[in-house]
Design a protein around this ligand. Sequence first.
Ligand SMILES: Cc1cc2nc3c(=O)[nH]c(=O)nc-3n(C[C@H](O)[C@H](O)[C@H](O)COP(=O)(O)O)c2cc1C
Length: 263
Amino acid sequence: MKIGPLPIEPALGVAPMAGMTDTAFRRLVKRQGGCGLVVTEMVSSEGLVRGIDRTLEYAEYTEAERPVSIQIFGGDPAKMAAAAQIVEGMGANVVDINMGCPVPKISKHNAGCALMREPSHAASIVSAMVKAVKIPVTVKMRAGWNDKEINAPVLARMAEDAGAAAVTVHGRTAAQAYTGFSDWQLIVQGFVDDDHANPSDPAHVLAADCQKALAKESRYGSGHGGSVGPTGNELLPPGGQTGSADACLFAGKFQECTALRWC
Ligand SMILES: Cc1cc2nc3c(=O)[nH]c(=O)nc-3n(C[C@H](O)[C@H](O)[C@H](O)COP(=O)(O)O)c2cc1C
């Protein structure tokens, strides 16, 4: 799998987790092997642009962690573009945009998942960042703001059109926060319905396998921890051996990017 020109091998990554996925944690994960991409916890674009020490610390990584994606959050296209340039200057392989954080102190500033409520504005952030840097710009979003505003498939296409190299979907809404079920059907449908998808593309194959597995698994998902099997051929029940993973990169003509499972 590739994100832009960047090979991600294996196509399995550590999900960004604020307060958890610091450099020490990521190195521990890398040492276990089998992790193709690590993502920092979310980092404030405002803090980066202002050069705040604490913020810069959140973005620190070591060579042992490569390839590394630095996730940033913010609501202002110009500041997000400037922050992306700082991230690129720090040597990150990828810059990821947080469009999933449900926490009010982030969303009230038009950042995190609040961006999903303003898709055109969200796309303008992607576009400004893509113009500002050479490294791939990716987006992490939720299914939508709440169960009445499920727009991940629409926003994913808008992000793609704006130049995003890949999109990750956490299949819960902001209203769900971290509770309840993650909507894997939505994620899988993202692949299957993709007009651009080549049926022999691994993402498509994975999606088709997931769909079959979902059809079989009537009790799928009891909260955190549902996961696609290591080969993508089976859907493990919650608590299955590969641990948690309900976000998935989905892409059609997103270059060669196919499917990435987060653990
Ligand atoms: C403690 C915690 C912190 C998280 N922080 C972030 C974050 O900074 N950025 C982000 O995009 N997602 C964040 N997430 C969401 C995860 O990356 C992931 O998408 C989500 O937990 C779905 O997987 P699960 O159902 O197995 O928990 C966080 C999740 C948890 C549990």
